[in-house]
Design a protein around this ligand. Structure first.
Ligand code: ADP
Ligand code: MG
Length: 344
């Protein structure tokens, strides 16, 4: 049998793995040496006909935001288009560009890949699934199956942690949140119910921090941080916010120097205050867990039947997530897998 890839085409980040000789998936680095590739495509104005994909495209947001397309996954299967310098792009077309980069970069590392399994959210509609499939085909990928993201993640946990029975998969990524209740029997995984929110994720958290930075800046200089006479734009400060957020996943306090047009301010962020600020967002995910539990109840599953909670998505690195889950379910969620690589 030829080489088989697993592809997680995420809203904000994507990843690809290859099954090794022992039948174990291994995440493959992209040409820039990263395991995750930003799901962003840029068309720089000074390089006509060229597009860049991934982290460099994400960085391009700071230079020419109107030349960058991101978060197309939200629009898969719709007739939305993005017009950029006179050209119309479709979500499928942009997805295809991202998939092609993932695939070609991986082939550079491991040689020819014969086929792939591509994941989609459990609650993706049929049109969005078909569009994902077509995007992969356009990228020259021979797709074996489209499977649900929570199924892929549960399979990964099941093969690395020996779990079985009813599980809950809590996936908090960059742009979306999904909670899925599933049963695991060996390698057989059945989704019982899956609910989600298209506008709850890490980027919302970055926005909360950014608003705080803007407020502090305004108080000190009586001038807006992001304005037409500042070379640094909203995306620059969003990146700063994301760095602060990641620091607060590992530290109690974090000091950041924010440079603006009028001067710099030093802001000290504390984890305690951060947790208060994201309280509503975390509570929203808890509300969706309740919804999933209600739906599962109709199918004969009670909260006590949930044997394991599986964390998926980069934003589950935020300690407040595990804290909330532990309080609610009276047990620690499972750790020990790379949350942003589990699906791939
Ligand atoms: P996707 O939604 O595309 O599936 P991921 O699951 O990779 O994306 O999650 C990406 C999100 O995870 C981003 O918002 C990123 O800032 C966030 N993230 C990654 N690492 C951390 C961390 N250590 N602490 C907090 N958030 C993180
Ligand atoms: Mg994801």
């Amino acid at each position: 049998m030829g080489k088989v890839a697993g592809i997680d085409l995420g809203t904000t980040f994507s990843a690809i793995s290859i099954l090794n000789e022992n039948g174990k998936p291994e995440i493959i680095k992209n040409n820039e040496g990263s395991y995750l590739t930003a799901s962003v495509v840029a068309f720089p104005s000074d390089q006509e006909g060229i597009c860049i994909v991934g982290e460099m495209a994400r960085d391009h947001l700071e230079l020419e935001p109107n030349r960058v397309i991101k978060e197309v996954k939200r629009d898969m299967g719709t007739d939305k288009t993005y017009s950029l310098a006179g050209t119309e792009h479709t979500p499928q077309g942009i997805s295809s560009i991202i998939l092609k980069k993932l695939f070609k970069d991986a082939e550079k590392q491991v040689g020819k890949i014969d086929s792939a399994v591509v994941t989609v959210p459990a609650n993706f509609r049929e049109q969005a699934r078909q569009s994902t499939l077509k995007a992969a085909e356009e990228a020259g990928i021979n797709v074996q199956f489209i499977i649900d993201e929570p199924t892929a993640a549960a399979l990964h946990y099941a093969t690395s942690n020996k779990i079985s029975g009813t599980v809950m998969i809590y996936d908090l990524g960059g742009g979306t949140f999904d909670v899925t209740i599933a049963t695991v029997l060996g390698k057989d995984i059945k989704v019982i119910t899956s609910v989600g929110s298209q506008n709850t994720g890490g980027t919302d958290i970055d926005k909360i921090l950014l608003d705080k930075i803007k407020k502090n800046y305004k108080e000190k200089f009586n001038s807006d941080l992001v304005s037409s006479n500042n070379d640094r734009n909203e995306f620059y400060y969003t990146n700063e916010s994301e760095k602060i957020k990641k620091a607060l996943s590992v530290k109690e306090k974090h000091k950041a120097i924010i440079k603006g047009n009028e001067g710099a301010i030093t802001i000290e962020f504390t984890k305690e205050e951060f947790e208060r600020d994201i309280g509503t967002l975390i509570a929203d995910t808890e509300g969706l867990i309740e919804e999933a539990l209600d739906e599962a109840k109709d199918k004969g599953i009670k909260i006590d039947d949930i044997k394991n909670i599986l964390l998926v998505g980069g934003s589950t690195r935020i300690p407040a997530v595990s804290k909330m889950l532990k309080k609610k379910f009276n047990k620690d969620p499972l750790t020990g897998v790379n949350v942003d690589e589990a699906i791939a």
